[in-house]
Design a protein around this ligand. Structure first.
Ligand code: GLA
Length: 502
């Protein structure tokens, strides 16, 4: 249905000529990228004297300003930067005009293209191209009953991206058990993007050839005392360009339930232009939340819209148990720290059955030092963040395993009170965080974000106490009766303690 609509939409596009065009390129142009990877790109050009300005808007990534737009040899040339791309690559675009029709060559972010376009209006683009089925209604609040503590498990994306298949998922389930990670609390084995094939004649989404039998796969994972998750997106395409759930929400929810999945991560990719503000995004998530509920199968609902529109304030209402607070993590200290310290969501929204999700773990992937990974784990535990491992579980070395299975650290993350810890003190690169626990004790973390080792001290007041009667070091397990005079915190490292006091 989606493809047919795309085809119909562009076959009947209206031709509107803007008044007072100054260069032949001035105006609004629409380009339709045909199925199987449908997409709409809008190009807007205005010129004032010799100065040309413009922007390109894609269905997936929104508006991006043209850099250095210029006309040479009758062609409009410019560069554009994909703000969502991890490496911020700058792409070159070239537009020529033939018989009044534009021909665009370049890279629409995910693949090189050469397509003909037509003149349109921005109104066309939004009203007709970017939103062509009625908005789902905003139904009743869906109770968020699962995930009394932050979900723990593994997800395929950080390590395997699209190179994921049935065999690897089974191997991860086996490794989760044999490594002892399952027994430390990691329950979910989540398939991220890249499992999807095509829809059959009745619109039912089939897995691709790498996943020959989804029911057999979920049975295999369940037989190991684990749960299993799957991924989709609310737009026509997922972030990696696979079939999304747009127009097939109830059908897909039913497939996920029938296959035996326990968890859905639902991404905004390519839905960004249909669902471009708080109201529409919320409706879209509600549509899937209600569809999951209607299946009768209990499934965790993980919202992945990068923290837009104050998602924490409504994530629970649409049936969500966790919601991403940021763009994607990468396996480097700078990105991890930016997310974990500064983009981990409003702590007031977190608590039992609803969690801020600063994205999956990179521990074990090799891009950070032991101290940096310790900061990663400490920060996620202090934040009551979901703990979704993102490495190859078969290759978990002893140090990584010790870090991921430290029962004391996990207990802070999983504390039943569900408070998201936050900074109580900051001085330059040094931060002290506190997280009150269910038993009245308080977890404290000392973070050194600087590149030199630092000497830091704790005070009873950091925990809201006037005196301290016991200090337990969460990483080492060592217990003392009083706070030490100071702690040596390595560069980009962390210390974590739990204090008892009054
Ligand atoms: C987005 C999400 C990632 C991952 C990819 C898959 O970028 O934020 O976590 O799911 O899509 O394509």
């Amino acid at each position: 249905m989606t493809r047919a609509l795309f085809a119909a939409l562009f076959a009947t596009a209206s031709l509107t000529t803007p008044a007072a065009a100054k260069t032949a390129f001035d105006g609004v142009w629409l380009f339709h990228k045909a199925p199987p990877t449908p997409g709409v790109t809008m190009m807007e050009v205005t010129s004032k004297g010799a100065k040309i300005e413009g922007r390109v808007t894609t269905l997936w990534y929104g508006p991006v300003d043209m850099m250095n737009p210029r006309i040479a040899d009758g062609k409009l040339l410019f560069e554009a930067r994909n703000i969502n791309d991890r490496d911020h690559p700058t792409r070159s675009w070239s537009v020529s005009l033939k018989d009044g029709k534009p021909h665009l060559e370049g890279q629409i972010w995910e693949s090189p293209i050469a397509i003909d376009g037509y003149r349109g209006t921005a109104k066309d683009a939004k009203a007709r191209a970017f939103r062509f089925t009625p908005l789902p209604p905003l139904g009743q609040t869906i109770p968020s009953k699962l995930a009394a503590t932050p979900p723990m498990g593994w997800s395929s994306w950080n390590k395997f991206a699209e190179q994921i298949d049935d065999k690897t998922v089974r191997a991860m389930a086996d490794a989760m058990v044999s490594s002892g990670l399952r027994d430390a609390g990691y329950t979910y084995i989540n398939i991220d993007d890249g499992w999807q094939g095509k829809r059959d004649a009745s619109g039912v989404l089939q897995p691709n050839a790498k996943f020959p039998d989804m029911k057999a796969l979920t049975d295999y994972v369940h037989a190991r005392g684990l749960k299993i998750g799957i991924y989709s997106s609310q737009g026509p395409r997922t972030c990696a360009g696979y079939e999304g759930s747009y127009g097939h929400v109830a059908q897909d929810a039913k497939s996920f339930a029938d296959w035996g999945f326990d968890y859905l991560k639902y991404d905004l990719c390519s839905g960004e232009w249909f669902y471009a503000d708080a109201d529409t995004v919320k409706r879209s998530y509600h549509e899937m939340g209600a569809a999951l509920q209607a299946t009768g199968r209990e499934m965790i609902f993980s919202l992945c819209e990068y923290g837009r529109f104050d998602v924490g304030s409504w994530g629970r209402d649409v049936g969500g148990q966790l919601w991403r607070t940021t763009g994607d993590i990468t396996d480097d200290y700078e990105t991890m720290a930016e997310i974990g310290f500064d983009k981990n969501g409003n702590a007031a929204y977190a608590g039992p059955h609803g969690w801020n999700d600063p994205d999956m773990l990179e521990i074990g992937n090799g891009g950070m030092s032991a101290d940096e990974y310790r900061t990663h784990m400490t920060l996620w535990a202090m934040s009551a963040a979901p703990l979704m491992m993102g490495h190859d579980l078969r290759e978990t070395d002893a140090a990584t395993l010790a870090m991921l299975t430290n029962r004391r650290v996990i207990a802070i993350d999983q504390d039943s009170r569900g408070v998201q810890g936050k900074a109580v003190r900051k001085q330059g690169a040094l931060e002290v965080w506190a997280k009150p626990l269910a038993d009245g004790r308080v977890a404290l973390a000392l973070f050194n974000r600087g590149t030199e080792g630092a000497i830091m001290a704790l005070a009873a007041a950091d925990a809201g106490f006037t005196s301290i009667t016991q200090v337990e070091n969460q990483w080492s397990g060592a217990t003392e009766a009083t706070l030490p005079a100071s702690y040596a915190v390595p560069a980009r490292g962390a210390v974590m303690v739990v204090v008892k006091g009054q």
